[in-house]
Design a protein around this ligand. Sequence first.
Ligand code: GTP
Ligand code: SPV
Ligand code: MN
Length: 591
Amino acid sequence: MSSDPDKHLTSNPALNAWIGDVARLTSPEKIVICDGSAAERDRLTTEAVASGVLIPLNPQKRPGCYLHRSNPNDVARTEEVTFVCTPNKDDAGVTNHWMAPDEAYNKLGALLKDSMRGRTMYVIPYVMGPLGSPFAKVGVEITDSIYVALSMRIMTRMGRAALALLGESEHFNRGLHGTLDLDPQRRFICHFPQDNAIWSVGSGYGGNALLSKKCFALRIASWLGRTEGWMAEHMLIVGLRNPQGETRYIAAAFPSACGKTNLAMLLPPQALGDWKVFTVGDDIGWLRIGPDGRLWAINPENGYFGVAPGTSARSNPNAMRMVGHDSLFTNVAMTPDGDIWWEGMDAPPPAGLIDWRGKPWTAGSGAKAAHPNSRFTTPMTNNPALSPHAEDPEGVPISAIIFGGRRATTMPLVLESTSWVHGVLMGATMGSETTAAAAGQVGVVRRDPMAMLPFCGYNIGDYFRHWLAMGAKISHPPRIFMVNWFRKDGNGNFVWPGYGENLRVLKWMLDRIDGKVSGRETPVGIVPAPGELDLNGLEISPRQLEQALAVNPDEWRVELESAAQFLQSIGATLPAELTEKHRELSRRLAG
Ligand code: GTP
Ligand code: SPV
Ligand code: MN
């Protein structure tokens, strides 16, 4: 490929002009327009191995698999330096960091100036959503990271197909990513919703650098969704086929590292009979109202960027099979025979383990061998539980929406809302303990509305209003539930076994939707009445079950107070319906 920025590069004039602009700014040595072919993947992989960006794993044990070690200062999303850049600060709202667009373009432009000198600039056209779907959207990411280029081929439908879909249109997301020198002081992830553009500098990691994912498919897409009348959500989408052969779909929003990938591919407990679970998506859902008045969802992604630690043949056998071949691993540990290892995997750590930084590791060293936010990157076609509708252009109809956080106390295993507004309030005020998926302190409860706190691309009060408006337009709205797999007993142990056993909770939800069980009302929502949760084949003591389902008024008074403070912090855009519903719950709790 030529380094002359004005040379005719693609058949799209708007794209060519933008490539030229970026090349003039960043001065790369070479420009590569990615075509998405297997030959191109092989060529880039060979280059990445030669330059030490990828380490080949044992081809007998993990065919087609490679390990990437990121800079140890660059291992998770960095929310403190993630900005929504709207001309008007109020459009970003209180939950986003804001920078004026001119300031952001100037600041990042200065950092990007000549930053690709001597490097290759990859132009990555990609599609979010099944090819041929009326809901699919095109983006182009320009990056100087070969790891990003290879990851994007797994995570999106990338290359020629995207250029074909784009045609001569000028409507595509423009994502510019410059690795720079990975100095955290010069790390900024800026979103320009009005321009449908993203500029990201100074990080090579996951959600900071794969601009299709959180930056486009959530922050920018949530903005587009509000304008165009649909929703972009941090949700898994899963199909559940019951022993009678009926399949229903559920969408669930849990914060980062709180169980979406696991729920999306869970293995049903045999004692429940012949259930089958199908993954449509594990992280992001785009939701629209269908002509039938139901809510329909597509997964815009093409692969999974999943948390490695804790993944085992016991907790998630589908994921273990999926990462057996053709996968990238980031910041996991490596065994002496060139295989991978992480905490919570089935086998104990072998002797001679190399940790995520590339140093010899021993059990006595006190540090983790794999980084807690180490990840696998795998094409969705590797998933043995992939839904036959994952590529369906229309998506799948959603019967229930679930919100869930990581809460050691307060939140019961499952709680059903009594109306759409109540469900929106549940989501809007949900709390969760922070995890290693983002830089910063781990284990602190923070409000994470709809699991979108770091991902909503506009004013959160307007986002809640959009949820309420959508509900009013759906003639057959999904039921809304709240779950908590992470409640602990006095000794710090989880009271609910989780993982595959979570199907028991989903089954209760479907029974509620079908009117087969009546539940038990509490002041804050409906929980399973005694006997309604199918516990067949599960060893759980009555005491544990009681702890899992308890709605404790003292804990809830604190919860509702904390929720009220969060709602108040939003200011003028907070919809009055939510304040009113919150007051109603507080009154009911007071008795
Ligand atoms: P992101 O990719 O960051 O958005 O995370 P995610 O929501 O997909 O979370 P994931 O399924 O990867 O799970 C994160 C961590 O939670 C892993 O260490 C899992 O082992 C653990 N986990 C998932 N489901 C359960 C559960 O039901 N119970 C318990 N105790 N842990 C779980
Ligand atoms: C998350 O943090 O929610 C992730 C990983 O799914 S990242 O792609 O880094 O955002
Ligand atoms: Mn996520």
